[in-house]
Design a protein around this ligand. Structure first.
Ligand code: NI
Ligand code: MN
Length: 226
């Protein structure tokens, strides 16, 4: 697997030549101004919830690439209204097998409304299970005991967790979340994009390190092997 970062909560996970794009928010993000949104490939676009900072570029990328949007029922229905032809609706606790592996839509403690005010269902995260490893993408969420269920039922190799505080859990709670999901390899998201969520990156890495875990903070545009 390969993981690329495009800022905020936007990641591209490449599995067996298939591209899974998470929560595309690039063109409004000043920090991602060097990313060419039209060069980003996508076979699937996974949307955790309806907020603007998670869907801003999703319609245009879906139309350009023909990608399938994977999200909750309400959000997939909304993309259909926007003219996106392929969608796969899910809801909490459900799994589906795709050509790259399986996806489970899991709980997130947050809110969800689409940019035009349409109800966005309940917010979620995704567990991506593949031959090459299992990735938990938490979406925007508070720390919740439900994460213990993930640790009990899935062998998570990498967890992508929000760490910016204010709108989601912050670093201290994210360390506990990593403990709950039973994962030592953490990739941070949802930090530094806005004033409310600016963090001290070295301090954050230190807190994970003290807990025996690694926090990786990718540069925007960087790609790593998982
Ligand atoms: Ni949000
Ligand atoms: Mn957000």
């Amino acid at each position: 697997m390969k993981l690329s970062y495009y800022g905020h909560s936007t990641f591209l996970l490449e599995i067996k030549g298939l591209n899974l794009l998470f929560d595309p928010f690039i063109t409004p993000n000043e920090l991602a101004k060097n990313i060419d949104v039209n060069s980003i490939p996508a076979d699937y676009i996974l949307v955790s919830h309806g907020h603007e900072d998670h869907v801003a570029d999703a319609v245009s990328i879906a139309k350009r690439t023909g990608a399938t949007v994977v999200s909750n029922f309400e959000i997939v229905s909304w993309f259909g209204v926007q003219g996106v032809e392929k969608g796969h609706p899910m809801n909490h606790g459900g799994s589906w097998s795709f050509d790259f592996g399986s996806v489970k839509y899991v709980n997130a403690v947050h809110s969800s409304v689409l940019p035009d005010g349409t109800y966005g269902g309940n917010p979620g995260g995704f567990i991506i299970s593949t031959d090459e490893g299992n990735v938990y993408y938490a979406g925007d969420t508070a720390l919740t005991y439900d994460m213990k269920l993930i640790g009990d039922t899935a062998n998570i190799s990498h967890a992508i967790l929000p760490i910016g505080d204010n709108f989601t859990m912050g670093v201290d709670d994210a360390v506990i979340a990593a403990e709950f999901v039973g994962c030592n390899e953490i990739i941070g998201m949802h930090y530094d994009t806005f004033g409310y969520i600016e963090i001290d990156k070295e301090e954050a890495k230190g807190k994970f390190s003290t807990a025996g875990k690694t926090l990786t903070l990718l540069n925007i545009g960087e790609t790593i092997a998982l």
